[in-house]
Write a protein of this length. Sequence first.
Length: 259
Amino acid sequence: MLNLSKKLALNNIKNAPSGAAGYSNVYSLNFDGVDDFVNLGNAANLRPFISGGITLSIWCKWVDITTATSRIFSSGSKATAYNGISVSKNSSGFLSLNTGDGGGLSSSNRKTRKTDSVAISNNTWHHIVFIWGSENSATWGIAVDGSPVASSASGTGGNTVYNTDDAFIGKRLSSTNAANGFMDEVSFWNKALSLSEVTAIYNSGVPTDLSGESGLIGYWRNGDTKGPLVFPTIEDFSANSNDGTMTNMDSGDIVTDVP
């Protein structure tokens, strides 16, 4: 099983977020697998300078997992050199998290964590969490539906992650590997969440309000609360106001298929 260290498992223990009054999850975004994406911009607080860790939490539902590699989220991941972070699903339904220091594609400049025994199923909502612990730390990995998954790691670098490029939901910087399916409730954190915190966010398969949580860099609810009326803006419900922009999409891509 994935090694989320005792330090992460025991620190920051908390109950499930209570949720603000009036919270409800009604909308998600439908990505066509061709060129749809959300541009989150390049605000400084979206650049993952890692010292105490980062976490990405997202709900996904793929239409066809056998399609080519599908990028879920990226922040500064170039085609020619890993820098920042990039998370994706491959054509077998396995997940991967890449981090890099921008020095190139060799193992000395990047690190990869990937699932190797747990595949994501078609047409099913899954809660996926990608965790990078800290510099030279083994406390990072992937959790699916509230539980750590079997994984393997490669590469020795990726310890100093930086970038000045845009962050995206649904693609990488090079415009390749477009997402094919639905995404919802994307949250990006400037700390490595503990396993208990991951389980709380999963909340037995029901998304819950995260807007008041500490360490939250961005929180994009992908259509809530105004539905198609919000197009093309995807509001950031964290305190940072890093609104995203739907690109190559239309208001009909804000749909009522939700976890």
